[in-house]
Design a protein around this ligand. Structure first.
Ligand code: SF4
Ligand code: SF4
Length: 345
């Protein structure tokens, strides 16, 4: 790993230069006050001083809807055709530490031990170089610093990490992909900073965190039978509208449905984001539903984030991005749930 610097003006030039060779995905203002990660045609479109996009970077690696293959029913046989392969390399620019961490968690799900690999996810993942961007001003709902290994400047699995300093950015070059990007564009970078400069800057930024939550032992507490069976989940579920906003905007939620769109005897199979907050998510044949009421569905959401993900993958399924706190229409707040559950134990 090496540490470098890039001037703020030169960053725009670098992004414009990268655009000629690769597809650049970065935070842009899609509509007034609506920030999304999108394909960018000019560095002028890129927003640098944002807190969090509405949808997280999972939208790039695991799209809201994604076509899987085409089919044609020929009466005696079914013809299945792969969709045309895409080529090229991608740069994902501006991912915040919480979203970077979420990609690390999604890697565990979509490429488990390299054994169960989702080719659609993996292809984009392998071809994407990630340039992360530390938060200079943590938002009112952010609590990443309360989670293990996370902070507003954590590098997680970025290839390159930028941290805003006074007039320029401190650049951490973290992987082979990052080394290649920097060596191919070496004229934009200079030697100025050290790891100690990053530590000092991190301390400054962390001192501005507004929200903290004590997550110690939360997985063990969520495993207690009394907690699982508590009336608390019924009380909590009375507030929930079942709108699923919390799961769609969550960077670590990854459930999807598979559907066919057909016309005549031909069609496309596609997948689209789904949500455990919907009544029919677990509906099975014979009208059976293991999560028949909102009580089970709300409990499942928090159990998955704070217990089941950890049991399966050894890490917490929440990255403290604060999106669900901010966007839930009835203020159903995971930091409050963590504190409440600790009181139950
Ligand atoms: S956003 Fe809030 S109201 Fe909507 S499903 Fe999630 S917890 Fe329920
Ligand atoms: S549960 Fe909420 S705070 Fe945690 S990662 Fe998902 S959206 Fe962010």
């Amino acid at each position: 790993m090496s540490t470098k610097a890039i001037d703020k003006n030169k960053l725009s030039e670098l992004l414009n230069s990268l655009l000629f060779k690769q597809t650049l995905i970065a935070p842009v203002e899609a509509e007034e006050d609506i920030l999304l990660f999108k394909n960018v045609e000019s560095a002028d479109q890129v927003v640098l001083d944002y807190q969090n996009t509405i949808t997280p970077v999972k939208d790039w690696f695991f799209s809201q809807t994604e076509e899987l293959f085409e089919f044609k029913n020929k009466i005696t046989e079914l013809e299945i055709n792969d969709l045309p392969a895409t080529d090229g390399e991608y740069i994902l620019f501006g991912a915040r530490p919480c979203d970077l961490k979420s990609v690390e968690l999604l890697d565990l799900v979509f490429d488990e031990d390299g054994e169960f690999s989702d080719s659609f996810y993996k292809e984009k993942r392998d071809r994407t170089t990630i340039i992360g961007l530390s938060c200079s001003e943590p938002g009112a709902y952010c609590f990443c610093n309360s989670l293990d290994g996370l902070s507003p400047t954590a590098t997680c699995n970025a290839d390159i990490m930028l941290t805003e300093m006074d007039g320029d950015y401190l650049v951490e070059v973290l992987t082979d992909k990052g080394e290649k990007l920097v060596s191919d564009n070496s004229s934009y970078f200079s030697d100025k900073y050290s790891e100690e400069d990053k530590e000092t800057r991190t301390e400054e930024i962390v001192s501005n965190m507004k929200l903290t939550v004590d997550v110690d032992d939360i997985e063990a507490i969520m495993q207690k039978e009394d907690v699982y069976l508590s009336d608390y989940w019924q009380e909590l579920s009375l507030k929930c509208l079942g709108c699923a906003v919390c799961t769609y905007i969550c960077p670590t939620c990854h459930c999807y449905d598979i559907r066919d769109y057909s016309r005549g005897n031909a069609g496309i199979r596609y997948r689209c984001w789904d949500s455990c907050m919907f009544n029919d998510f677990t509906e099975a044949a014979g009208d059976h539903n293991p999560r028949p009421t909102r009580r089970e569905r709300v409990r499942q959401r928090f159990m998955h984030k704070l217990r089941f993900f950890d049991e399966r993958y050894g890490d917490t399924g929440c990255v403290g991005c604060g999106r669900c706190l901010e966007k839930c229409p009835v203020n159903l707040d995971i930091t409050r749930v963590i504190s409440d559950v600790k009181e139950l134990a």
